[in-house]
Design a protein around this ligand. Structure first.
Ligand SMILES: [Fe+2]
Length: 131
């Protein structure tokens, strides 16, 4: 499970705000899945994908406006993640298995989020702050 002390503190405040909100949504998703509350899982999954789309669009706008050289690679990783998230939601809708949710959070989602923040987002924020 992602906790606040694991989030890297980036040079761009709006990115940190988005990341904190993302972490809270993932924690909420984990807790409703462990409580076996399937309707709530479906709701939070929807909330999470919508938040991610908006959060990535915010970052992409900043990178594009600043002519960030790795924009396309970074956007490609965002797009790939959204696609994977949507496929995971379809899987949940079909199987309604809450264990798959918290297993995925533990083994796939949380490590990806932290890795992305510590690599691509850190690199982008460092570039953006020089602009
Ligand atoms: Fe990012």
């Amino acid at each position: 499970m992602i906790t606040q002390d694991q989030l890297p503190m980036l040079a761009i405040a709006s990115m940190n705000d988005n990341h904190l909100e993302e972490m809270l949504l993932v924690q909420k998703l984990d807790s409703v899945a462990r409580a076996n509350d399937l309707d709530e899982v479906a709701k939070v999954l929807e909330e999470y994908v919508e938040h991610s789309i908006k959060h990535f669009a915010d970052e992409e706008k900043l990178m594009k406006e600043a002519d960030f050289p790795d924009y396309l690679t970074h956007k490609g990783e965002h797009d790939r993640h959204i696609k994977e998230l949507k496929a995971f939601i379809r899987y949940f809708e079909k199987n309604r298995d809450p264990k798959a949710i918290y297993t995925h959070i533990e083994g796939g989602l949380s490590p990806w989020i932290l890795h992305h923040m510590k690599t691509m987002d850190t690199e982008a924020a460092d570039f953006l702050k020089t602009k």
